[in-house]
Design a protein. Structure first.
Length: 417
């Protein structure tokens, strides 16, 4: 992919778009195949760089990874070796740290480099380690590596201090390899956690309570192979809903689980958007100019932090004052300066952004600082007068499959330069 995207103010987006599989599910379930210790086939896997890198890590460790088509991958971890993945692979994505839990669950020992990923604030792993320790694991961080020694790993009781998607997944993976029942309290309730639980149940682990704050995981040494289809990506779906809205468009977002998007649907309706819901689709018709709203990001089922940036791009043009509070990642307002270059009126105070809606945004050259900032700036560009150039768009490929192609299909004037 080139390094700059050029966008011209576009007519209202129209038509339909099909949503890919969920990145955050795929990057958790791929390492979970380590626990199957046999062949697994995963369908509806989004073709994204984070997913390919996760697969490359498993290949490096001796798994047989074969893409059967663009979105179906067969992974056989029978001959997996318990080694440290090289930094050139593990450092590329945050989710590489799920190998900690997966290798610990399978081998009782792991050594993994500290994870990479988007720079959206300090992203500590203390809760992951707290969970591993509750299973009897000794944890050390030394020279950029996390060393987990689980001699005599056992089931346990974990109470997380805060709701963490990553820590919940990592401890689920470790507990899946341990006999007895582990309880996780204050667990994350995201749909991707339920998807992982469904996969683990298929390979012979028993996970109860997924989607609630209390998980019970009963490991089983006699685990087997499985076929599994990844759930649709609610963040990609939400991004297209917002893009349709921001251009006063009329778009059908297909292949979604509508209840995963309830917080987004409710918030967009508050701004004046009309949303019709079908069994697995949503039709979004944006108003010429929406109304300002207040938004707080929260763990699921609250409004997702991953859609805070795209939503803010839309709110810059809504009539009135919107107050956006980012409760999950403190550095997730870095893109605001770029929106200001396009004429947005935004003041950031700590974890809050106050957006005074302007009549019009102007095209400008802007720099994306992370994955969701890229989609936010593109959405702003679609609605702005004149031409917008977005630099740093390599992030896009980590989280959106064919974002530009899908937007073009909806009539957007967008090109790689
Ligand atoms: C995951 C998602 C990311 C999403 C985020 C919140 C993946 C690969 N990424 O990230 O897209 O934005 O959930 O929905 O699924 N924290 C600690 N200690 C820990 C762990 C987390 O303090 O040990 C804090 C974090 O700094 C953050 C908050 O908890 O403030 C939530 O983070 P977490 O849910 O863990 O996010 P990720 O799993 O990194």
């Amino acid at each position: 992919m080139g390094s700059i995207i050029e966008i011209t103010k576009s007519a209202p987006l129209s038509g339909s778009v099909r949503i890919s599989g969920a990145k955050n599910s795929a990057v958790a379930i791929i390492p979970a195949t380590v626990l199957a210790g046999g062949p697994c086939v995963l369908e509806n896997v989004p073709p994204l760089t984070d997913v390919y890198n996760q697969c490359r890590i498993l290949s490096y460790l001796g798994a047989k990874v074969e893409w059967l088509d663009a979105t179906t991958v067969s992974i056989d971890t029978t001959a997996l070796r318990n080694e440290t993945p090289p930094d050139r692979l593990a450092g590329k994505l945050r989710a590489s740290y799920y190998l900690m839990g997966a290798l610990l669950g399978r081998f009782g020992l792991s050594r993994i480099g500290l994870p990479g990923g988007c720079k959206i604030g300090p992203r500590p792993i203390d809760q992951h380690l707290k969970g591993f320790q509750a299973l009897g694991c000794k944890c050390d961080i030394n020279d950029g590596y996390v060393l987990l020694e689980g001699n005599g790993l056992h089931s346990g009781h974990v109470y997380f201090d805060l709701v963490s998607v990553g820590a919940t997944i990592n401890v689920m993976l470790a507990a899946a390899g341990v006999e007895g029942t582990t309880t996780i309290e204050n667990a994350a309730r995201e749909p991707e956690i339920i998807d992982l639980a469904n996969f683990l149940n298929k390979i012979g682990v028993t996970v109860k309570g997924a989607g609630t704050g209390t998980l019970r995981i009963t490991g089983n040494r006699d685990r087997g192979w499985s076929e599994h289809s990844i759930i649709p990506d609610r963040i990609e779906a939400g991004t297209f809903m917002i893009a349709a809205t921001a251009t006063a468009g009329d778009v059908v977002v297909k292949g979604v689980i509508t209840r995963h998007l309830e917080s987004v649907t409710a918030k967009l309706r508050e701004t004046g958007v009309t949303i019709e819901e079908g069994e697995d689709w949503l039709r979004v018709s944006g108003p010429a100019r929406g109304k300002a709203v207040d938004v707080k990001t929260l763990p699921y089922p609250g409004f997702p932090t991953d859609l805070q940036q795209p939503l803010t791009a839309y709110l810059t043009r809504c009539a009135g004052t919107s107050v956006i509070t980012e409760n999950i990642f403190e550095n997730r307002f870095r893109y605001v300066d770029e929106l200001k270059r396009m004429g947005a009126n935004i003041k950031v105070e700590g974890r809050t952004a106050i957006v005074e809606g302007v009549e019009e945004l102007r095209g400008a050259t802007v720099q994306a600082s992370d994955l969701r900032a890229s989609s936010a700036l593109i959405i702003a560009g679609l609605a702005a007068r004149g031409r917008t150039r977005v630099r740093g768009i390599s992030y896009l490929k980590r989280g959106y499959h064919d974002f530009i192609g899908k937007l073009r299909q909806l009539g957007a004037e967008i090109d790689l330069v």
